[in-house]
Design a protein around this ligand. Structure first.
Ligand code: SAM
Ligand code: SF4
Length: 337
């Protein structure tokens, strides 16, 4: 099945971008129901046989790392911590050559229990999603009363040395848009690095509206009412977050203006869904089926070629502001955020 890898030919697109950051969705299921992501009743989950098994996931990551120049692997979902075998997938990823940087984006529920095993397996970093520190707002946004679990998860990650612990937050008008500064105070107090993300049109209910979205400008105005923010001196590179030093440092805060300040020209990401489809962009409307190739016994070099072809057609930008914009068929939870 495996042959000696040819030197890595990167995942290049026709605009000259190279994808070296792989987002791997391990499940489309979740134990929360964030309103900007999933409907209250959940979704029609992917059938079990369509989901890549652990060996298939690790084989695709190995192809990406050894043949396609991928240097970073981030596990996501759905909620990646509910995937059975997650620790083992991390361990096997950490044993690959060259060893990629390994991180996870999680809602944090149960992270306190599994963080030591994840750290021992080779996980480097975590991003925990937390939009509010008020229990009633948390319940309203996520439709579950599990704020304490998330906070325990954050503490467990820090205790296990998965630092710096990062927090991702989405602001929703009328829910938590008055809590930006409060969340930043809380994160700084706990030593967590906060990033705000503009809400994107990726919810399953298609409820996103440009007018309702809280913009990066609004987020910064709200923060500047309580903090002194200075542009961070480091090069931004392909990082989506604009970083600011808070009150002279060392604390920082990031703002990811995916919609109003797009960074598509510097994008270095590629996504693999839980059912083995490559997506060259969060907003892509096409996918390339690697699962089928895997399951009919294609050799690694053929799968690597399919992957390169999939990347070549990546569009120059997400086009959210174009009149012709169409939301992708899959929601964020099924693509892998
Ligand atoms: N369940 C995990 C979590 O919440 O961190 C991982 C998957 S979740 C889809 C990944 C990230 O996407 C989270 O930080 C979440 O807040 C963000 N997200 C989900 N829907 C979004 C949307 N419509 N716009 C912006 N970010 C969104
Ligand atoms: Fe679940 Fe993450 Fe989506 Fe919230 S954002 S419903 S935690 S997948």
């Amino acid at each position: 099945m495996t042959s000696t890898p040819t030197p890595a030919l990167p995942l290049l697109d026709q605009y000259g971008r190279v994808a070296s950051d792989l987002r791997v969705s391990l499940t489309d299921r979740c134990n929360l129901r964030c309103s900007y992501c999933m409907p209250a009743e959940g979704l029609d989950w992917l059938p079990g046989p369509e989901i890549l098994n652990d060996d298939e996931v690790v084989r695709l990551i190995e192809i990406a790392v050894s043949r396609l120049g991928v240097q970073e692997v981030r596990f996501t979902g759905g909620e990646p911590l509910i995937r059975r075998g997650f620790v083992d997938i991390v361990r096997r990823t950490a044993q690959l050559t060259p060893r990629p940087q390994i991180s996870v984006t999680t809602n944090g529920i149960g992270l306190d229990k599994v963080a030591p095993a994840l750290a021992a397996a080779g996980l480097d970093r975590v991003n925990v999603s937390l939009d509010t520190v008020r229990p009633e707002t948390f319940r309203a946004i996520t439709r579950r009363g599990r704020l304490d679990d998330v906070m325990r998860g954050l503490g467990g990650a820090a205790a296990a040395g998965l630092t710096p612990v990062k927090v991702n937050a989405v602001l929703l008008r009328g829910h938590n848009d008055d809590q930006a500064a409060e969340l930043l105070h809380w994160c700084i107090g706990h030593g967590y690095e906060l990033r705000f993300i503009e809400q994107m049109p990726l919810d399953a209910q298609h409820g996103w509206s440009r007018a309702e979205m809280i913009t990066a400008d609004e987020i910064l105005t709200a923060l500047e009412a309580e903090f002194d923010l200075a542009a961070h001196p480091d090069e931004r590179g392909s990082a989506p977050a604009e970083l600011f030093v808070v009150d002279g440092g060392p604390a920082t805060v990031g703002v990811i203006g995916s919609v109003t300040r797009p960074f598509c020209g510097d994008c270095d990401r590629v996504r693999l869904t839980a059912d083995g489809q490559v997506r060259n962009c969060l907003f892509a409307r096409e996918e390339s089926d690697l699962r089928q190739a895997l399951r009919v016994g294609a050799p690694d070099d053929e799968i690597a070629d399919l992957w390169r072809v999939a990347m070549w057609s990546k569009r120059p930008g997400h086009g959210i502001d174009d009149e012709s914009f169409l939301q992708p068929a899959r929601p964020m939870s099924a693509i892998g955020g």
